[in-house]
Design a protein around this ligand. Structure first.
Ligand code: AMP
Ligand code: GLY
Length: 421
């Protein structure tokens, strides 16, 4: 028997709404709070307008509310040490310490850990000076891959055949990692861990570029789907063995165990699986379709991870069928988005069972739902297979009106065709 869980979710994006929604389906979760939250989480519990980056403020709120589990969604509060402060108050917290979140906070640190753990990844160089940059670009050749060492909301990586753009990006950053180009489909594989035991989620795929056919700049992610009908059946098991567990063991060995969600961004290359990046939190938007299919009650699972009891948890259980999320973005995204536009059509959009996940939305003084960010919302379509889920997601998003907004038309298109043929 799981004790009744009173949960506070930190963050305000689509990932946090998706987490709150899945938590609300867990019968053990008797109370749900979000800080700062968004209109999606407001419909499921209580929002609290606080600064999510201030550990003391978050811990004070958690104490005042009497919650017994805090779930930290985004990377910025994790890197800022919010989970550490919450745990110091004796409250269970799902999310790594500041030290462990460096796996996402510093690309150079992640590379060092992977090297020590024998985890397969792209060959790379850390560069600070112009000379080092030129040397590394020559060593690896085109396409050039230049990564800002620090957090950059999914926009710090430039992949280009143009050497001058590669150099320009490198010189704009204080320190960069330059690495070999990895050729092959990308997969997101998430592991829930208590610092020792890890439970992989099913693989998902994200669409990072803003435009159809993977064109234009990188974004936080324009859509995602799961499962991957084209991927090897044992992918999650292989990645757990070769990537997740060795990384978790190495972090524990260093005295900075990683508990929370370890996100492996992978390229399936001709030479095998390679890590493209680690993140220290659930992916956005992959979490939206993943949690739509997770049958295992999420609250108990995250509580077990937060309290070091994951080994006692059964394997995760998944629904049959597929889920496809398509992101509705505001005009201008991933540059400065236009905000304040009225959003309509959500009732029609959900009439076929699709789910709306709020991200950059808010409610104005007149009670209208308006846009407030670059990625405004995601529509999650569900179905027996990718094609059906995809059809429903696109039917639904077609019902939504927001001036100037756009979405990619090819999310999960190749995967859907694969299943049909
Ligand atoms: P990251 O923030 O490291 O995930 O990089 C963002 C995106 O850039 C990835 O999802 C890939 O599409 C691309 N990328 C990053 N590193 C590489 C690489 N070594 N080879 C090819 N593409 C890459
Ligand atoms: N979907 C990519 C990310 O969450 O970083």
């Amino acid at each position: 028997m799981v004790d009744p869980l009173r949960v506070l979710v930190i963050g305000s994006g689509g990932r946090e709404h998706a987490l709150s929604l899945a938590l609300s389906r867990d019968p053990a979760v008797v109370e749900l709070h979000a800080a700062p939250g968004n209109p999606g989480s407001a419909a499921l519990g209580t929002n609290h307008a606080i600064d999510p980056l201030d550990g003391a403020v978050v811990a004070n709120l958690a104490t005042r509310l009497g919650v017994n589990l805090v779930v930290v969604g985004p990377e910025a509060p994790l890197v800022a040490g919010v989970a550490d402060v919450v745990r110091e108050r004796g409250i269970a917290c799902f999310g790594p310490s500041a030290a462990a979140a460096q796996l996402e906070g510093s690309k150079a640190f992640a590379k060092q850990v992977m090297a020590a753990a024998g985890v397969p990844t792209a060959r790379s160089r850390e560069c600070v000076t112009h000379d080092q940059v030129e040397q590394a670009l020559s060593e690896f050749g085109a396409p050039f891959v230049v990564k800002d060492d620090g957090l950059a909301a999914g926009k710090g990586v430039v992949v280009t055949n143009d050497r001058r753009s590669a150099v320009d990006h490198a010189l704009r950053c204080r320190r960069v990692v330059i690495e070999e180009f990895l050729d092959g489909p990308e997969v997101s594989l998430f592991g829930i861990t208590d610092g020792h035991t890890v439970r992989p989620l099913q693989p998902a795929q994200d669409f990072k570029r803003v435009g159809d056919g993977d064109t234009g700049p990188n974004t936080g992610g324009m859509g995602a789907y799961t499962p991957l009908p084209w991927a090897p059946d044992d992918l999650a098991e292989e990645v757990t063995r070769t990537v997740l567990q060795p990384t978790i063991d190495e972090m524990a060995r260093r005295g900075t165990p990683f508990s929370g969600l370890l996100y492996a961004g992978l390229a399936l290359t001709a030479d095998g699986v390679r890590v493209v990046e680690f993140n220290a939190r659930f992916g956005d938007p992959e979490t939206q379709p993943l949690l739509a299919r997770l049958v295992t009650p999420l609250g108990g699972l995250l509580y077990a991870a937060a309290t070091g009891e994951l080994a006692a948890q059964p394997e995760l259980e998944w629904g049959s069928g597929a889920a496809v999320a398509v992101v509705l973005a505001a005009q201008g995204y991933p540059g400065t988005p236009r905000t304040g536009g009225v959003i309509t059509g959500l009732d029609a959009a959900t009439s076929n069972g699709s789910v709306i996940i709020h991200a950059g939305t808010t409610v104005d003084a007149q009670g209208h739902l308006i846009s407030a960010g670059g990625r405004v919302l995601a529509v999650v379509g569900l179905g027996d297979d990718i094609e059906e889920a995809r059809g429903r997601a696109y039917t639904s998003i077609g019902e939504i009106q927001l001036d100037g907004s756009f979405y990619r038309r090819d999310i999960a298109a190749a995967a859907a065709r694969l299943v049909v043929s």
